[in-house]
Design a protein. Structure first.
Lengths: 101, 631
């Protein structure tokens, strides 16, 4: 039995919503990064689902690239988090506003 | 001969290049001597060409040597080629010979100047430019030399650039000369358009057939060339730069502003006499400009107090005679006066330079006096120059007047009368200069400042002056007049035609001119024995004296019609730039700045806010495109 593309997209949307909610709701930079990962992966799911539906490999290739980007992003993000943690005790994105205008 | 001619032209340029490259690696004295030796080498090459030319028949003395094609287009080809004939040969000898002597004189005169090397580079550059001007075989190359002598003159007038006056004088000379350059360029355009060549021989042989006699085109071409000649030779109305150019070092005044460059206008008219013959009205204008200038400059020279400016106005006046000569078709007479003038005027300037040098750079004749006993040789050599200036020997000026009376048309009669009046002024200002500087009571200033320790001057300065004094006397034999053999006239005959007056006309004219000149001189000599009579004459001729002291108002005229409107326009444009263009730029910059400050407020630094804005933006975009897709 073939599962319809709409189910995949539905799951993807739910995952994306969870990630977005995490970004809005939580204050810890670590959780923020996790939520962003979740959103990236939800888009990966959607990409692969559409790729399968269209019988076209480019969506999968794109998903691979997104993974690469996500991995690099996490490396930099975690590095920043560690650096902030060393300088300051508090890890709260709302108080980290030194890059404002 | 060909090699020697090219060497004569390029040796000074080689000297410029080597001295520039050597820079401060060689001593100042070495640079000065190197520049001198190279100028002498150039003169020796010119002598070599000259002796080669003497061995040829008088009809075979015109040679064109081509190095390469300088510029080529489908309609105009300009070769880099030189023309060596009797006329350019004469100029080559004057330029390199007098040039070498004056470069040598400069060794002594400029000793101790901190920028000495640069001075000798400029001098050699001038010698090269002037040789290029007189040796060019076409008008484009002539224009190149014409512009380059203007440049080297500019560099040398402004040589003492620490003071503002030389800089001003240099700019003035350059701008006035640029007007002349434009004139010649316009003439070149006519030739390029109608003939497709600017080669002297071709242009002169085809001019009559192509443009006709007295036509508008012929007149325009001659007029354009005349503008160039007038600017370079400091004739009315483009003469005001020459007195100011005396701000340059004295050797420069002697070489450029007396002996060679300023007489280039006379050379041009003599060289292109065919074009002037085709435009009789412009040709007459040449003579009238000459007469007007010789009279005006003669009057101004009477009231000048700066020794160099007296000689400068005298130069202007003597070039006026040359213009008058070539204006009445007495080309060889004009060239002979040019030759004699190159000797005696360089002599007078260099003599004045010795006096200035000995008096710690003082140039005011009122502070001099009684120097004859301290400088006997300088005084003698200055007398040689003065006798030549008055026209006693060489008789070059009298020959011009005799040729004018033989020519006999209205213009020539004006030249004759004007020339005799000019001879009167010449006698006065020449003797006045000698009397004030060398005779009478020695002034307090002279007593205080005169160095008497080491003779009259260094030998590098005395030697060239002596050579020029001997040269002045010898040159006189080349063309004596009185119906005797005219060596110089015969020599130039095929390139610059001569007018042969009858012996009676010649003797009569010379007798009148001598009487006028010597009479004026003797009268002046006695007049200056009694200063109170000089003052009385000054009071009697109050108004003309003031006009002469104000230099006939030419500078004021140019200040009011040239400088003031230009300065006003510049001020106006400056304000426009500042307030309108700068103002609008200011408004734009302020607006952008304000907007920037306002929008910068959005950068709060709170990451979650950024995320919210991003999401909102994405949502709006999504809704927009979804809505578009469903419609």
């Amino acid at each position: 039995m073939q599962v319809g593309v709409e189910y995949f997209v539905g799951v993807s949307a739910v995952l994306f919503g969870i990630g977005l909610f995490g970004v809005f709701e939580r204050r810890s930079p670590l959780i923020l990064l996790l939520s962003v990962e979740l959103m990236l992966n939800s888009s990966n799911l959607a990409l692969i689902a559409f790729a399968r539906q269209l019988g076209n490999g480019s969506g999968q290739v794109f998903a691979l690239i997104v993974m690469g980007v996500a991995a690099s992003e996490v490396v930099i993000g975690l590095g920043l988090v560690v650096a902030i943690a060393r300088r300051k005790a508090e890890l709260d994105v709302d108080t980290l506003t030194s890059l404002k205008h | 001969m060909e090699t020697l001619a090219w060497l004569c032209l390029f040796i000074p340029l080689l000297s410029v290049a080597l001295l520039t490259l050597a820079g401060s690696r060689i001593s100042r004295e070495a640079a000065a001597w190197f520049g001198t030796v190279m100028a002498i080498a150039s003169f020796l090459c010119a002598l070599g060409v000259f002796s080669g030319m003497l061995g040829e028949g008088s009809s075979a003395r015109s040679h064109t040597y081509t190095l390469y094609t300088w510029a080529a287009s489908p309609t105009l080809k300009v070769p880099f080629s030189i023309l060596v004939d009797q006329l350019s040969m004469t100029e080559m000898l004057i330029v390199s010979g007098v040039g070498a002597l004056i470069v040598m004189y400069s060794i002594g005169y400029m000793r101790g100047d901190v920028k000495e090397r640069r001075f000798f580079i400029y001098l050699d550059l001038f010698v090269f430019s002037m040789l290029l001007l007189v040796m060019a075989s076409n008008f484009v190359l002539l224009l190149a030399g014409w512009g380059m002598v203007g440049l080297s003159s500019y560099l040398l007038i402004g040589y003492w650039h620490e003071r503002p006056e030389p800089v001003q004088a240099a700019k003035k000379a350059f701008i006035m000369n640029a007007i002349g350059d434009v004139g010649i360029a316009i003439a070149v355009f006519f030739m390029a358009r109608d003939l497709g060549t600017t080669d002297f021989h071709t242009v002169f042989s085809q001019a009559g057939a192509t443009w006709g006699v007295g036509t508008t085109t012929s007149n325009l071409i001659a007029l354009a060339l005349l503008v160039g000649a007038v600017a370079k030779s400091a004739q009315i109305p483009l003469h005001t730069w020459l007195p100011d150019a005396m701000e340059g070092p004295t050797p420069v005044s002697a070489l450029i502003h007396a002996a060679t460059m300023v007489t280039a206008g006379v050379y041009l008219v003599a060289r292109a006499h065919v074009l002037f013959q085709n435009a009789p009205d412009v040709h007459a204008l040449v003579a009238l400009i000459g007469v007007a200038t010789l009279l005006m400059a003669g009057v101004i020279a009477l009231v000048q107090t700066d020794i160099k400016k007296i000689i400068a106005y005298s130069t202007m006046s003597q070039i006026g005679y040359m213009f008058a000569a070539v204006g009445v078709s007495a080309y060889s007479e004009g060239m002979f006066h040019l030759l004699a003038h190159a000797f005696f005027k360089a002599l007078l300037f260099l003599g004045a330079g010795i006096v200035i040098h000995a008096l710690s750079d003082e140039q005011d004749v009122r502070k001099m006096g009684g120097l004859a006993s301290a400088m006997p040789w300088t005084t003698r050599m200055m007398w040689v120059g003065t006798i030549a200036l008055i026209g006693i020997w060489p008789v070059s000026k009298d020959e011009i007047l005799a040729a004018a009376i033989h020519n006999g048309d209205t213009t020539a009669l004006i030249v004759y009368v004007g020339g005799l009046i000019g001879a009167f002024f010449t006698g006065i200002y020449a003797v006045r200069l000698m009397k004030l500087v060398f005779y009478g009571e020695r002034s307090e200033f002279a007593k205080e400042h005169l160095h008497t320790g080491h003779g009259e001057g260094p030998w590098e300065m005395m030697f060239p002056v002596a050579v020029l004094a001997i040269g002045t006397l010898v040159v006189g034999f080349l063309s004596i007049g009185f119906g005797l053999k005219d060596i110089f006239g015969d020599w130039l005959a095929s390139t610059a035609p001569t007018i042969l007056p009858t012996t009676g006309q010649d003797v009569l004219t010379t007798a009148i001119a001598w009487t006028v000149g010597i009479g004026a001189g003797v009268w002046t000599w006695r007049l200056y024995d009694r200063p109170e009579r000089v003052a009385a004459i000054r009071r009697r001729f109050e108004v003309p004296a003031i006009i002469a002291e104000r230099k006939f108002g030419w500078d004021d005229l140019y200040y009011n019609i040239g400088y003031r409107p230009a300065a006003w326009l510049a001020t106006f444009l400056g304000s426009f730039d500042r307030w309108v263009i700068g103002g609008s730029a200011w408004v734009v910059a302020r607006t952008v700045r304000l907007l920037g400050f306002e929008t910068a407020e959005a950068q709060t630094g709170i990451v979650r806010q950024y995320a919210a804005v991003l999401t909102l933006g994405a949502a709006v975009t999504a809704v927009y495109f979804l809505g578009k897709a469903t419609l």
